[in-house]
Design a protein. Structure first.
Length: 505
């Protein structure tokens, strides 16, 4: 480079943290922050940086038509990328969340106790400085969280509106593509691009780009079947997080891999019956120590759709509202500390400290009789109970709203205060794991073992079992497609943990 040439500095955090092979980026695998909003922002930042990093960018193939894939595609089209193609194996976009009526989502609800948690519009927000930000291909207004199925419907309507606007370039979207063809194309693409990069480094002309072709796939816009051919410069994998692990028992009482009768529960994104009124008289056991398990415990215990409804109920009582607000600065500080520490810490220490702090604040609040009464009132009337069994001595990665409410219910239930009505009970077991399962007729029997004392094994007879163990490591689609090793990877321990902004602007 001559001395007169200046070096242009471009943002590269997204490129570095999401790159998995030459000219190949993965929005899905092994990420730390993966709310729907995180995926939207992650997709936009990647496309922004890719375009700035390579002004010759003209052609992009995006694998997966969930929120990440669709937002990446629209962001790329908005930035003027000529050819943007999305392919999905499903026959509809947003297939993961499309028919889920029981889960409620909202881009900001889990930002509590930040001041702007209560409005679920995106990206603008009445209370925030980024109000009116235009840095999102799709915008929506929603005062409250909505069901995942309504959310998918809302995104579909917005997307269709956007695609009908012929004055802006649109991505092409193809459904029902063949999974094996995608996989072999991605592998071929990675190989071809690696060889081409080597050739370019050595001053040789690059070989032809790999072509992805399908004889007949469903064109989303025209709803007709047509052939597809594309030779992308870059591939963005947005094919989701992989298979959830919902199988209950992993080890037996001696710590060896479990080989006996087992139980496999429903996936997180499936419609369940936890909030049905009959469930208030049943014994519900939930296994897991993250957001999924906590969300289900709260839904089962209160019958509410999402945790903001619980908070709303608590805060309708002025004395309880004041008591919670007294602790909100402390909770916010804990939340920030937890998120920032997680960037720097791979092990569980960051969660341990934040969990302890949250537990202390919840116990303090539970000493207030107004708070205890209000917490008691929102537990469902019935003779049933919810038991949350966590293998670790504390919760894992979880939003402050879920973590705080669970600790508050735990502290208030331990205080034993009742309002005279029989209500669902709540029990929290830290440091216990399931070590045996039997089905006797329609009944379940589960043995749970205390990790600190292996001889302490308790048989329980749940009516309902929920297993929330997160994603199976070997099923992460990106890794499988590129055929990198299935062994746990250390490549992303830090960058995948960097927190994402609330909006991309
Ligand atoms: C257990 C769990 C609980 C969660 N809870 C919440 C929550 O409460 N709130 C929240 O905001 N977020 C939550 N999330 C995160 C949320 O699910 C994701 O952020 C979001 O749905 C992911 O969007 P995505 O586009 O990355 O992936 P997905 O929505 O999974 O989309 C992936 C798409 O890729 C397609 N696909 C898969 N393989 C291929 C292939 N080989 N070729 C082509 N297409 C393919 C699929 O058909 C699918 O349409 C949760 C996630 C999990 C796993």
């Amino acid at each position: 480079m001559s001395q007169t040439q200046s070096l242009e500095v471009v943002d590269s955090l997204a490129l570095l943290s999401l790159k998995v092979a030459t000219n190949t980026f993965d929005l899905s695998s092994g990420m730390h922050h993966v709310s729907i909003r995180d995926q939207i922002v992650r997709a936009q930042l990647l496309v922004r940086d890719l375009q700035r990093g390579d002004p010759a960018l003209e052609s992009l193939l995006i694998v997966g038509g969930g929120v990440a894939g669709v937002f990446a595609a629209l962001a790329a089209a908005d930035l003027g990328v000529k050819e943007v193609v999305v392919v999905d194996v499903a026959d509809q976009l947003f297939s993961l969340i499309r028919n889920v009526r029981e889960r409620f989502v909202g881009p900001f609800m889990y930002e509590w106790p930040s001041a702007f948690f209560s409005d679920q519009s995106y990206p603008s927000h009445a209370q925030t400085p980024w109000r009116g930000s235009s840095m999102s291909p799709l915008h929506w207004k929603s005062a409250e969280p909505c069901s995942a199925s309504d959310f998918a419907h809302l995104l579909t309507c917005k997307l269709d509106q956007r695609l009908r606007n012929s004055s802006i370039a649109s991505p092409r979207i193809f459904l029902r593509v063949d999974r094996l063809d995608v996989k072999s194309f991605v592998r071929n693409f990675v190989r071809t691009e690696a060889i081409a990069a080597w050739d370019l480094l050595n001053g040789r002309a690059r070989s032809a780009r790999a072509e992805f072709s399908q004889g007949s796939v469903l064109d989303y816009q025209s709803r007709t079947h047509s052939p597809l051919r594309v030779r992308p410069q870059y591939v963005i994998l947005a094919s989701g997080m992989g298979q959830e692990d919902c199988t209950l028992v992993k080890v037996d009482a001696t710590g060896n891999p479990y080989g006996g009768q087992n139980f496999t529960g429903q996936a997180f994104w499936a419609n369940d019956s936890l909030r049905d009124s009959a469930k208030a008289n049943e014994e519900i056991y939930i296994f897991g120590g993250g957001d999924g398990a906590m969300q289900d415990a709260l839904r089962a215990l209160t019958g509410t759709e999402h945790p903001l409804k619980i908070l709303d109920h608590l805060q309708k009582d002025t004395a309880t509202k004041v008591a919670i607000e007294r602790h909100s600065a402390g909770l916010l500080a804990l939340d920030r500390q937890g998120r920032q520490l997680a960037t720097w810490t791979r092990g569980p220490e960051s969660y341990q400290a934040i969990d302890k702090g949250c537990q202390v604040l919840a116990s303090c609040l539970a000493q207030d009789s107004n708070v205890r009464r209000r917490v008691a009132e929102i537990r469902r009337e019935g003779n049933g109970s919810v038991t949350l069994v966590v293998r670790e001595p504390h919760f894992g990665k979880a939003y402050m709203l879920n973590r705080f409410l669970i600790h508050l219910f735990d502290a208030c239930c331990k205080s034993g205060v009742q309002d005279g009505t029989p209500r669902m009970d709540f029990q929290l077991y830290f440091g216990w794991q399931p070590v045996g399962y039997r089905q006797i007729g329609t009944k379940h029997e589960v043995d749970i073992q205390e990790l600190a004392n292996h001889n302490n094994i308790r048989p329980c007879q749940p009516d309902v079992i929920v297993v929330r163990y997160g994603i199976e490591r070997n099923s992460v689609p990106g890794t499988q497609m590129i055929q990198l090793s299935n062994r746990p990877s250390r490549q992303r321990t830090t960058l995948s943990r960097v927190e994402l902004p609330f909006v991309a602007g």
